[in-house]
Design a protein around this ligand. Structure first.
Ligand SMILES: C[S@@+](CC[C@H](N)C(=O)[O-])C[C@H]1O[C@@H](n2cnc3c(N)ncnc32)[C@H](O)[C@@H]1O
Length: 319
């Protein structure tokens, strides 16, 4: 194995790849490749595609302007990375020992779980991986300040009735959007009440709708009203303004699409955040329809499984 002693005295600069790197959500590399269309190369979950970044819902993190760095040794690799910037996270999908040895020569980066609501890290966090023994791919800037686009949180193991609350924590943290105290939220498909708990904790008023009951301690919260009904039976015209509509209903994406269109057409709702849940095959066509709605963002949370999260804000009225 080459050692530090054969490192070159001057550190070579990386060679631009002319690509953008997209790190697929774990288990969804094929979905990401389908979404991107033509790709240049695949390295584990990292997919390189030519040109500037484009929207990619199945990407957990985007590597901006990745460069290829020839390396003669472990020390050479670490020096090359340090010359670009301070904070790096390794995407070690193969050559684990060599990756570990390089990472050990880089400054430590805090991986402490975040307290929900605390400010997100602002320091740039670069990503790198070994392409082979003699070359690495490195992106000093990535779309997410969290390692591989996956924030971890200090968990609350006592108050919420299940672990679904972590999806909303992550969605609110990565988008910077969340309901304000006093706002009215409709939480559809809410049982046993993890999301309702999060919304109530933020100070919102929650109309919590499910065919199944809420956990008793969630149903008893002061600003929670439980409605036992099908989410699809709700008539938006019977509501005054709704600040946020949330849906975690298990249903086909096309059925969710019809429901969100009904609410958008009604003009009664200002923001929506919905889980689009896929069955065996990903319904790429419906996902693309959601992504194309003006004011919408479609993304995969680290907490999501075979589902995407859709966030939509209504256009502000003309001045
Ligand atoms: C993934 S769970 C929701 C978990 C919930 N968000 C939480 O944080 O606890 C999906 C829910 O969708 C509900 N559901 C399925 N079909 C529904 C429908 N037509 N109307 C309302 N809820 C429905 C199920 O009863 C189930 O509670």
């Amino acid at each position: 194995m080459p050692t530090d002693s054969d490192a070159r005295p001057d550190t070579p600069a990386g060679v631009p790849t002319g690509c953008t790197g997209y790190l697929a959500a774990e288990g969804y590399t094929d979905d990401l490749i389908h979404e991107l269309g033509e790709v240049v190369s695949v390295h584990g979950r990292l997919v390189l595609a030519a040109g500037p970044p484009r929207p990619a819902a199945w990407a957990q993190n985007v590597w901006f302007d990745p460069v290829r760095l020839p390396i003669a040794s472990i020390g050479d690799a670490a020096r090359g990375l340090r010359a670009m910037q301070r904070n790096w996270v390794a995407y070690a999908f193969h050559l684990h020992r060599r990756s570990e040895l390089i990472a050990a020569k880089l400054p430590p980066v805090s991986a402490k779980p975040l307290l929900f609501g605390a400010p997100v890290p602002t320091a740039p966090l670069g990503s790198w991986c070994l392409e082979n023994e003699h070359s690495l791919l490195a992106a000093p800037r990535c779309s997410s300040p969290f390692a591989h686009g996956a924030p971890t949180f200090v968990e609350n193991r006592s108050d919420p009735p299940n672990r679904a609350y972590r999806k909303l924590w992550e969605a609110f943290t990565v988008t910077g959007c969340r309901p304000l105290a006093g706002q009215l939220c409709l939480d559809l498909g809410s049982s046993p009440g993890g999301w309702t708990w999060v919304l109530h904790e933020l100070g919102a008023r929650v109309i919590s709708v499910d065919k199944a009951p809420l956990a008793p301690h969630i149903a008893a919260l002061p600003r929670v009203e439980y409605v036992q009904a099908s989410a699809f039976s709700l008539d938006p015209t019977r509501f005054a303004a709704v600040d946020w509509l949330f849906s975690d209903v298990i249903c086909y994406p096309q059925r969710l699409w019809a429901m969100t269109e009904k609410w958008r057409d009604s003009g009664k709702v200002r923001n929506m955040l919905c889980s689009i849940k896929f069955q065996r095959d990903t319904d790429h066509e419906t996902a693309a329809r959601f992504a194309a709605v003006p004011g919408a963002t479609l993304f995969h949370l680290a907490q999501n499984k075979h589902e995407l999260t859709w966030l939509w804000h209504s256009e502000p009225p003309p001045a």
